[in-house]
Design a protein around this ligand. Structure first.
Ligand code: G3P
Length: 503
């Protein structure tokens, strides 16, 4: 049979999911493989690159098996990945010089504070759209080159390669050191998370390279999100020569996978945290309300920028009810429990369990549960938890509306918690917009497959690829303006309390 299917590899923070899809969007096969997390000290989070690679090998093998196909049916491969996680490896052996430093890792907080004190933040923001925070790859690369013995000298000699996880996977999929001519590339969306790329030129920026002391010799080539990037070589489950034709960071892949192709189109992925991105069109704008500016995708001559806001705790608040408080046994129990009461009866939960992200950027804020009475039960708390998640996202959406000069009218949703009807309805009600939920919630992998399909010329263009993304259900606003105001006022009051209840 002809090669007609798409393989998406979604390399996430806790595991890798591989999906086999046809060009109509039907999922033919799927498999996930998790891998261990390493926490060497508080605030440090690392991944063993070989574990990541094994999870890719195993999930691809299992996804092909679950689709009952061999690798020769794959027409193109798309890659999407946990963003910002930083890796340096030896070009001659593929061996990393250190474990990957994960996006959540805070080890470079002091470096960022120092650069901020020296007044570099405005320049950084203007050039890269980002803020000086250990979240991004730039200071992680500096740390690796400064702290691993001899790394800087080896880098100067051209022996080392830096990359986010997309780069590492492309390198290894295209043969790595064994393959003769491995490809060292990153796509523009991943590069836009490094602090090293200019949003204007979409290329590495000399000033930022100097600021973060990043040698050009370690940098990958920046490529489009769709197009021929590399070909497989020596990968056990695919024939040699299968084209890798799509790459995007996971949040951008979800934006594409949800077909948010027009200015003002937004999506929210509800995972451990919640990530909201809105398409802002072909020109970057600098947020006045604490949001990041990032590249949505570059396909041919079309570049799309996005504003991004994230709430660090979303699904993690539900996990806390389960693991920290023990009031539910599984995450799925939260919806019936919350629905067993008609309202939270004034109980407000601000899930600032690891500070507050955009639009507040208050690392010292503490979570708070406010408004408890003797009549409060675990059902009220469950409901307040779902409401708290939605209200964090509403804050992000309001900041986006303020930046864009008009409120957003609709938002597409994905990620596990988007399955929760009560959460989605409350989201629509408090943000005053229509929520659109797709049939399948794995928009990230779907987006990578769509990009790969576009890059391989399997569609008549981007909009044709949108047939792979279908809305299952919409949630319309059902709350009155007055009631909304009551909820939002109570939330603002609780957020103010969370910000003053420092540890
Ligand atoms: O920026 C971090 C984000 O890309 C991680 O996503 O889904 O792997 O937790 P996820």
């Amino acid at each position: 049979m002809a090669a007609d299917l798409l393989l998406a590899i979604d390399q996430g923070t806790t595991g890798t999911t591989s999906l086999v899809l046809d060009t109509e969007g039907t999922t033919r096969g799927r498999a996930t493989r998790e891998f261990p997390q390493h926490f060497p000290r508080p605030g440090l989070v690392e991944h063993e690159p070989e574990d990541i690679w094994q999870s890719v090998l195993e999930s691809v093998e299992a996804a092909l098996a679950s689709a009952s196909i061999k690798g020769d049916r794959i027409a193109a491969v798309g890659i999407t990945n946990q963003r910002e996680t930083t890796l340096v490896w030896q070009r001659a052996t593929d061996k990393p010089i250190h474990r990957a430093i994960v996006w959540q890792d805070r080890r470079t907080a002091d470096t960022c504070a120092l650069l901020r004190e020296r007044g570099h933040e405005p320049d950084v923001k203007r050039t890269t759209g980002l803020v000086l925070d250990p979240y991004f790859a730039g200071t992680k690369l500096t740390w690796l080159l400064d702290n691993v013995d001899g790394a800087r000298e080896r880098a100067e000699r051209g022996e080392l390669a830096f990359g986010t996880i997309d780069s590492y996977l492309v390198w290894r999929l295209s043969g790595g050191a064994m393959g003769g001519s491995p490809v060292h590339a990153t796509d523009v969306t991943n590069a836009s998370r490094t602090l090293l790329m200019s949003l204007e030129t979409l290329d590495w920026d000399a000033e930022m390279l100097a600021l973060f002391r990043a040698p050009r010799s370690v940098l990958p080539k920046i490529v489009d999100s769709a197009g021929l990037i590399a070909k497989t070589h020596g990968f056990p489950h695919l024939p040699d020569g299968v084209p890798i034709t799509g790459i995007a960071g996971d949040q951008q892949a979800a934006l594409f996978g949800q077909a948010c192709f027009d200015t003002g189109d937004a999506k929210c992925t509800y995972g451990t945290g919640a990530f909201v991105l809105v398409n802002i069109g072909e020109k970057p704008i600098t947020s006045r309300f604490g949001l990041l500016t990032t590249v949505g995708w570059k396909v041919g001559s079309e570049v799309v920028f996005a504003l991004e806001g994230s709430a660090f705790i979303a699904g993690a608040a539900v996990q806390w009810l389960r693991d920290g408080l023990g009031i539910i046994r599984s995450a799925a129990e939260i919806e019936p429990l919350a629905a067993s009461v008609p309202s939270s009866e004034g109980v407000t939960f601000v899930p600032a369990l690891s500070g507050l992200g955009a639009p507040y950027w208050d690392a010292n804020a503490r979570g708070i549960i406010h408004g408890i009475t003797r009549g409060t039960t675990k059902a009220h708390l469950a409901r307040a938890t779902l409401e708290g998640i939605a209200l964090e996202v509403t804050d992000l959406l309001r900041a986006m509306g303020d930046d864009l000069g008009k409120p957003l009218g609709r938002m597409r949703v994905d990620g596990g918690a988007a399955n929760n009807d009560l959460l989605m309805q409350y989201q629509a009600d408090t943000a005053a917009l229509t929520i659109e939920r797709p049939i399948e919630l794995e928009s990230t992998a779907r987006g990578a497959a769509m990009l790969a399909g576009v890059g391989a010329g399997l569609f008549r263009g981007m909009r044709d690829a949108a047939r792979m993304s279908r809305v299952e259900r919409t949630f319309e606003v059902a709350m009155s303006a007055n009631e909304r105001k009551t909820h939002l006022d109570r939330w603002s009051d609780a957020v103010a309390r969370a910000r003053s209840s420092r540890g």
